[in-house]
Design a protein around this ligand. Structure first.
Ligand code: PEP
Ligand code: MG
Length: 589
């Protein structure tokens, strides 16, 4: 029996955070906080509301302490974790969760725990029933559940999981790991993390990646296999887990650890090197920004400027849309932080998978959602119907454009008329601001468009005559070309940006842009994949914008390129029409 327990076993999970680890198993179990479903007397509702308030205050204090702890983490990790803690803290300030719980205590006459748990489940059910962006909604639902668990734990005085006796060099093994727990881990003392639950796009995964802790989540059968402890090895790049590794597997793990450390050192050195091909052609590598908290990460990445600022964050998690001053201040801070490097601000891209409560509250979006949100009132379509919304944002951008170079990007444009109408509004806004004596640049910022529908791509020659620049949004372009929802797990294997139809649209758009001397970039996820750099450069693209963490690897790919060779490679790829053959040629798969 003892022999059988020691036998080497291999399990497979989801690779969420690269790096190899080997170490003794440390299991950190946590008792669920009990929720006693209790009714209360009307006379006790004030006391019960006070219990809830005390739990809110205690939870806030815990989260603020956690936030203060962030300062000891690497900047990269802070940038990932801060917004998450921010979301939790915000939910403790007059959120729907607390409003609902208070109402349930006073009107439904139930205990604070019961009120919280019921309101939480109601919000989660509503969130999960919304159309589009399944991973985004699941993440949001997990945030609501997480803050509820914390408050219930405080109400019931159930202790939190403690990592204080985690031995150095151990591999943490758990059924599941909450994001806030992941934020408490000390990367330097921990070899790796393994959990039975969890997925690649959850916050726990994001945090583990940010902390640089090798991790594999969603390993079926893990806790049962490791009940007796022992040694475990994991590869966070492939998702492989080896329980009780024998001598060859241990040696392989040690080699993996060394190789990964060397690779990281080498990538860090790239930061200061220019992004030029071997034959000296400069390639612009900019960063995408979804949250201001990413700025430190962008500064560290070696990215030059922001090629896509997704302004949706400004409108999220709030009751009403931000006003002009609010927006101007945020854009100005970002433009200033980029120290003279250009910032491309995309105006609000509402619709499709991106739903925003503040706009619904302000009556700016239809009450009844479109039957087909991805094909509905998205991006520029909504903005042109809500001139005030667009005008306010354009005014704020113009005011920020005095502190550094700015470009304005319009989402989901299909026709020159949409671009023209937006330009007229930009000119009107500029005139209004000048009349009011506001400081805006002499020369207005360039006005460009996302090319992210097949219609826009195929009309690229017409659009190129009016747009100041193009940004190819390959995420939506692939979705609309193939009629495959980019956020839907059931069709995930059919979502293929390397499908020849998508590649031909990218090629057509790029060639039109080059013919009309319109700067063109790629800012969808394709830009972040170093295996695609050769093809995209070969097609004539010279500007890319991607998540900051992808910049070093893409820079490495750029520095290994020869333009002429890349052009031959791209021509060869474009000669194929079989998606599988193309995939094999590019990815070697
Ligand atoms: C895209 O569609 O490729 C893009 C960059 O925009 P978003 O992902 O914000 O829709
Ligand atoms: Mg898009």
């Amino acid at each position: 029996m003892a022999e059988a327990a020691k036998r080497e076993r291999r399990l497979q999970g989801i690779a969420v955070s690269p790096g190899v680890a080997i170490g003794p198993v440390f299991t950190a179990e946590e008792k669920e906080a009990p929720i006693l479903r209790r009714r209360i007397q009307a006379a006790d509702s004030a006391a019960e509301t006070s219990r809830l308030d005390a739990a809110v205050a205690q939870s806030r204090a815990q989260l603020l302490k956690l936030r203060a702890r962030l300062a000891i983490l690497p900047e990269e990790s802070q940038a990932e974790i801060a917004p998450l803690l921010e979301a939790y803290v915000q939910m403790l300030d007059g959120s729907r969760l607390l409003r609902g719980a208070r109402q349930r205590i006073t009107q439904g006459l139930v205990s604070a725990e019961t009120a919280l748990a019921d309101t939480c489940e109601e919000i989660v059910a509503a969130l999960l029933a919304l159309p589009g962006d399944a991973p985004g909604r699941r993440r949001r639902a997990e945030e609501v559940r997480e803050i509820t668990r914390r408050m219930v734990r405080n109400l019931t005085r159930t202790p939190f999981r403690s990592f204080t006796n985690l031995p150095p060099g151990a591999v943490l093994v758990a059924e599941g790991l909450r994001p806030a727990d992941a934020a408490l881990l000390e990367p330097a003392k921990l070899a790796g993390v393994l959990t039975e639950e969890g997925g690649a796009d959850g916050h726990t995964a994001i945090l583990l990646r940010a902390l640089g802790v090798p991790a594999v989540l969603g390993v079926a059968g893990l806790t049962a296999a490791l009940r007796g402890g022992g040694i475990v090895a994991l590869d966070g790049g492939t998702g492989e887990v080896v329980i009780n590794p024998g001598a060859p597997a241990r040696a392989a793990a040690r080699r993996g650890i060394l190789a990964y450390a060397k690779e990281r050192q080498r990538l860090a050195q790239l930061r200061r090197l220019p992004a030029v091909t071997r034959d000296g052609t400069p390639i612009e590598l900019a960063a995408n920004l979804e949250l201001p908290a990413e700025l430190p990460l962008i500064a560290q990445s070696g990215a030059v400027g922001i090629g896509l600022l997704r302004s949706e964050f400004l409108f999220m998690n709030r009751e009403a849309p931000p006003d002009e001053d609010d927006q101007a201040e945020t854009y100005r801070a970002i433009v200033e932080a980029m120290g003279g490097d250009p910032v491309t601000i995309r105006v609000l891209d509402w619709g499709g998978e991106k739903q925003i409560e503040a706009l619904a509250n302000a009556g700016m979006v239809p009450e009844v959602p479109d039957a087909n949100p991805a094909l509905g009132l998205r991006g520029i379509r909504l903005l042109l119907r809500q001139p005030e919304l667009l005008g306010t944002q354009l005014a704020a951008i113009l005011r920020a454009a005095v502190v550094g170079p700015v470009r304005i990007l319009l989402p989901m444009v299909n026709t020159p008329a949409e671009l023209r109408e937006a330009r007229e509004q930009l000119l009107r806004t500029a005139r209004r601001l000048r009349r009011l004596g506001a400081r805006i640049p002499e020369e207005l910022p360039p006005l460009g468009i996302m090319v992210e529908t097949p219609g826009a791509a195929l009309a690229a020659d017409a659009l190129a005559q009016e747009a100041d620049f193009f940004a190819i949004g390959t995420n939506d372009l692939a979705m609309y070309t193939l009629a495959v929802d980019r956020g839907e797990a059931a069709v995930a294997t059919l979502y293929d940006p390397l499908h020849p139809a998508v590649l031909r649209l990218i090629q057509f758009t790029t060639e039109a842009a080059l013919r009309f001397h319109v700067p063109v970039s790629v800012c969808g996820e394709m830009a972040a994949d170093p295996r695609l750099t050769r093809l995209l450069v070969g097609l004539g693209l010279r500007q890319f914008s991607m998540s900051a963490s992808a910049v070093p690897r893409v820079k490495q790919a750029v520095r290994a390129l020869d333009i002429e060779e890349a052009q031959h490679f791209a021509a060869a790829i474009m000669g194929h029409s079989d998606p599988e053959r193309i995939r094999a040629l590019i990815l070697g798969a």
